[in-house]
Design a protein. Structure first.
Length: 379
């Protein structure tokens, strides 16, 4: 039986259509120059991040805190953005008497910080330390188990109060993180176009068209950007993965946010062997799976052309094309089936596709993203 993915109570249908479109303010530049903006939220920040990230930002943040006479504490969000971690951090907020939250790091750290701020009704400042996701922008948090298996997402009533995009800080991250951010961001087109491409809603149309612009920008500029870290083209790609990708989910809402690519990611998180794989790598692979489903089930030949284009692009920048590329060549048939059944649960985003998908069909697509079928161990 597949693991049950909890459905968060905040997803109950409402008479209101709420869009969390953008942070209140976005500062692009040096963290060291952001002291006045940070201090506008209070005097006692709680800084939330991972151990490595907190070490990286400790010195620049300490200088900001000293210059603004702020009393700060820091807390690690581990083991994951899980209910246990959230409870521990909410206690830390109370103990420190924090009056605002600063989230630093990648997607899970920022999701954790945003959700803690929401539950404690405090302002939230996000400082991304890589170009791996648009989590610094969005009004959304994903909750996982302590072991890293996706559980549910929480739509938040607003985007962060302040986003600080320090390119020098992001350049310190391994290049792999920006590559994964490209994989996560480019999924916006392939998901939004299939789930919302025929919508007549004005903002949805705008979101889908922005997703197309984002795809084209990444296809055209990513290779050059990765060859010159810190250069102008590199900054443009960082803007695309961290900022523009967030715009699309904000304008279009859930319908333009996730479909099969992210659903496949969520299913893979329930395989322990997949926990070392970064979010955007699983999503990038999930795009190929989605396109295979469109070919296999809907007979969409444009999906074949798109998949071939992506396979070439992935080869140029180093995104995974198959389970083997993900490092999952040794998973068993039972593990693959578990991931597929989890992905196909009734409330999964995979059902935003315009056709039905069974676990068996999904498994077939997962092992044939580069056309030939991969052999999976029986046990």
């Amino acid at each position: 039986m597949p693991s049950k993915i909890a459905k968060h109570p905040s997803k109950v249908a409402s008479q209101l259509s709420v869009l969390s479109i953008a942070p209140t303010q976005v500062l692009r530049g040096s963290l060291a120059s952001s002291g006045n903006a940070i201090a506008s939220f209070g005097k006692r920040p709680l800084v939330i991040g991972g151990k490595q990230t907190l070490a990286v930002v400790k010195s620049p943040l300490a200088r900001v805190f000293q210059s603004q006479e702020l009393t700060a504490e820091e807390e690690c969000y581990t083991p994951d953005c899980s209910e246990n971690s959230l409870a521990k951090l909410q206690t830390a907020v109370q103990q420190h008497q924090a009056d605002f939250i600063i989230g630093v790091g990648g997607g899970k750290a920022l999701d954790t910080a945003k959700l803690v701020a929401y539950r404690c009704q405090l302002p939230i400042v996000t400082i991304p330390t890589s170009g791996a996701t648009c989590a610094a922008w969005t009004g959304l948090s994903n909750v996982y188990s302590d072991a890293g298996a996706f559980q549910y997402d929480v739509p938040l009533p607003h985007c962060p109060d302040l986003l600080i995009l320090d390119y020098d800080l992001i350049q310190l991250a391994p290049q792999r993180t920006l590559v994964t951010g490209i994989g996560d961001a480019i999924a916006k087109w392939y998901e939004a176009s299939v789930s919302s491409g025929h919508s007549s809603d004005t903002l949805t149309i705008a979101a889908v068209q922005q997703a197309r612009v984002l795809r084209d920008l990444l296809l055209q500029k990513s290779v050059a950007a990765l060859q010159e870290p810190g250069g102008q083209t590199w900054k443009e790609v960082v803007d695309a993965t961290v900022l523009l990708a967030g715009v699309i989910g904000g304008l279009g809402g859930a319908n333009c946010r996730t479909v099969a690519a992210h659903a496949v990611h969520n299913g893979l998180t329930h395989i322990p062997a997949a926990h070392h794989i970064l979010h955007g790598e699983k999503v990038a692979y999930g795009i190929l799976v989605q396109l295979r489903l469109e070919e296999m089930i809907a007979g969409n030949q444009l999906a074949l052309t798109s998949r071939q284009q992506l396979l070439k692009f992935y080869g140029e920048i180093g995104l995974p094309k198959s389970l083997n590329d993900l490092g999952l060549s040794q998973i068993t048939l039972a593990e693959l089936q578990h991931a597929a059944e989890t992905t196909c649960q009734p409330d999964s985003d995979i059902h935003r596709l315009p056709f039905s998908v069974s676990p068996e069909q999904l498994m077939a697509a997962m092992v044939s993203t580069v056309q030939e079928t991969q052999t999976i161990k029986a046990n």
